[in-house]
Design a protein around this ligand. Sequence first.
Ligand code: ATP
Ligand code: MG
Length: 439
Amino acid sequence: MRLSQYYLPTLKEDPKEAEIASHRLMLRAGMIKQTSSGIYVWLPLGLRVLKKIEEIVRKEQNASGAHEILMPTIQSADLWKESGRYDAYGKEMLRISDRADREMLYGPTNEEMITDIFRSHIKSYKSLPQNLYHIQWKFRDEIRPRFGVMRGREFLMKDNYSFDLTKADAVHSYQKMYLAYLRTFAAMGIQAIPMKADTGPIGGDMSHEFIVLAETGESDVFVDKAWMDADLTGDGIDYNNRAKLDNFYQALTSMYAATDEKHDPDNAPDNLIHTRGIEVGHIFNFGTKYSEAMNAKVQDQNGDMVTVEMGSYGIGVSRLVGAIIEANHDDDGIKWPEAVAPFSVGIINLKPSDRDCTEACNDLYTKLEKAGLEVLLDDTEDRGGTKFANMDLIGIPWQVVIGPKGLEQGTVELKKRATGEKKEVTLDSILEMLSGEAK
Ligand code: ATP
Ligand code: MG
């Protein structure tokens, strides 16, 4: 992408309305634009990151055996009346009526709709287990939208729903998602710790919130220091190897990690970290709460009708953009982990009026793109200082600075955004270095 032709409305000043770093940086880096309270436009740079995150989530869901569908954003109130949640949900639900005065709503979540989809086709234990997911916009009329995309009113969520014949099978489905979530967050370059979470009136301990530690987070959390060095991706564990997966789950859940609602000082270890965090995912086994209310049953091996065991699992895809920035930034701007970076290489042309310099930039740009890298070339007329500041602000992992002086020696400067480390390298070697390092 050539910056001179891109839509990247960066800001020099900190916007007053932004209270935390990620919100401030997303506005300054031209990633989003607010249209009304808690509702945002995703501008080109922001959308690239959102799509990367979405794709990482999708890939691991597919690897775990879940199937992707796409449910609509607008739902009929009827299903919610059936489950009893239409009244219970309260003001967070955006209620609308169509031209025939039918009660509709903008979906805040999809348990009812998915249960209806399930019961309309699945009639036998032979079709179980099932796990269906979608990645779709949700609307919740939050009482206090804030922190930009962290607590929006319209936000992108991955939600999936599992259906099993027995409680034991449902536990296995739950453990699969526990592992899938750990792998998903690790692939994005962040550490999210699964913490015991409140299950509300249904009880049990089958609920975990995945929380990224950050001072600016809304959750108050208590975690054992041992989490910092734990293997969180279960290398080599197959999703369908029940015994191994269960071992992994038992080992991790024996390490203390709880949000303040579940914190129990009597059982907490000595080496406890008390800090704050951002909830990026939530998994929940709720048994037959919806299948019972909505009559989702299958025939078992003996021909008896059995109410199916369900679980639901959410990831805040758009919130993750903010959470990743909270965990990866400095005073100058964002430091994207490579897996979610909007571009992997930024080229700065220090002197566009110089023919050789511009030719070298264009040549490198073409070659890197051909090698499959995503490149942003700053070919604008801005001053060098402005270009450096902008590149640091938008946080591209690798920066290549090309100017007439270096070119006389055949060299350019390569900077790694994460560490600030710079080195002079020859123009000839850079292609190989970047295709190796940035992949
Ligand atoms: P919270 O306690 O933060 O309100 P929740 O318990 O209501 O979250 P879930 O219903 O479990 O959230 O939704 C799944 C995920 O969606 C959450 O873990 C979070 O990452 C994300 N999410 C929830 N509400 C919002 C919101 N208003 N804006 C952005 N992301 C959200
Ligand atoms: Mg909420």
